[in-house]
Design a protein around this ligand. Structure first.
Ligand code: AMP
Ligand code: MN
Ligand code: MN
Length: 324
């Protein structure tokens, strides 16, 4: 497919940038930030990574040695690059309250609302990292092994280790990244084999709370802030939990809710992209992809969980082609 943008022209325009991903960071937004930082640095362009949230133990390790700046203390006059953010608010209040318009929006969410001065958005891309990698390769922008590792991190995590409908384009990019000498097993280990025992204790509670309903088509579970406190976990320890809901035989749609004291976070996953999880999330002010989406709302009332389950069934029933 012919792509219309020119990343080189946009990237090499200024001599210093701020870069940010979304709150509740994941491998894609971290890998994309690190990759762009490296590419810019190689051309003597300064790129400050703005810390908008807690990165957690696993992802923090990837930032070692990089110029990470405190989210309270950065020069807001510099052009801002946002990666992997479907809307500007996803950068978190520390960032979006200080900028009126970001310089560049690099993303792959179908729900992206083109919030920046320049927008490079491709919903067909597995990850923002893939979009960046393809642009670098196509435009002959040179990059090193560390950059290839960062890009692989993004692709590996957003495709859930190539479990989602992964296109040949993704594999071709990975082939080029492997040509830079990256070790796939090392990157895999550094993400998926660093679980804490505390996370397993939290997982016990999550699995205990699982319920299947609506003729076996739906599966949901939840944890509370109290569960996090008692197991001594941080919110990022729930990474991957939602997959258990979708992975049950017969289940079409899975959801995982985190009930925090001051907010509620929901992750949505479906086996098929026709279930349009992004549109369901939008009803609650969130967004995402057709088969993987999410939303965050202010602290929810007692009935939220039951009402939510009902709304989920209604959403799927009302999809075009679904029998009621
Ligand atoms: P998660 O369930 O947190 O892994 O998120 C799944 C997908 O939904 C990701 O692509 C997120 O970018 C998107 N998403 C999650 N929460 C939100 C939100 N509050 N607003 C917009 N998109 C979200
Ligand atoms: Mn992401
Ligand atoms: Mn992503």
């Amino acid at each position: 497919m012919m792509r219309k943008w020119n990343l080189r022209e946009l990237l090499f325009k200024h001599d210093e940038y701020n870069i940010v991903g979304h709150v509740r960071a994941d491998g894609d937004c971290v890998g994309s930030q690190l990759a762009l930082h490296n590419v810019l640095k190689a051309s003597n362009i300064k790129c400050n990574i703005i810390k908008n949230d807690n990165y957690g133990t696993v992802l923090s390790a990837f930032f070692r040695g990089y110029p990470v700046m405190d989210g309270e203390n950065f020069n807001e006059k510099l052009p801002l690059i946002c990666v992997d953010c479907s809307d500007f608010k996803r950068t978190g209040p520390k960032i979006f309250e200080k900028y009126s318009k970001p310089y560049l929006n690099l993303d792959h969410h179908i729900s992206n609302d083109n919030f920046a001065q320049h927008n490079i958005v491709d919903a067909n891309s597995s990850s923002t990292a893939q979009l960046i990698a393809e642009s670098l390769i196509r435009e002959n922008i040179s990059f090193d092994k560390a950059t290839a590792e960062a890009l692989y991190l993004g692709i590996m995590t957003d495709t859930n280790r190539f479990a989602y409908s992964t296109a040949i384009d993704t594999i071709k990019v990975v082939e080029t990244l492997m040509g830079k000498g990256i070790s796939i097993s090392e990157i895999h280990r550094s993400v998926y084999e660093r679980n804490s025992l505390a996370k397993y204790r939290l997982l016990e509670r999550f699995l205990h709370n699982i319920s299947v309903f609506g003729d076996g088509n739906y599966c949901t579970s939840f944890i509370t802030e109290n569960d996090l406190r008692e197991t001594q976990c941080e919110p990022l320890d729930t990474e991957g939990f939602v997959n258990y809901t979708r992975q049950i035989d017969g289940v079409k749609v899975g959801a995982f809710l985190e009930f925090h004291d001051s907010y509620l976070k929901c992750s949505l996953r479906s086996k098929n992209s026709t279930s349009r999880m992004d549109l369901f999330a939008k009803q609650f002010g969130g967004g995402g992809h057709p088969a993987a989406a999410g939303f965050t709302v202010d602290a929810a009332g007692e009935n939220f969980y039951n009402n939510f389950k009902f709304a989920l069934i209604e959403h799927v029933k009302n999809l075009p082609g679904e029998k009621s």
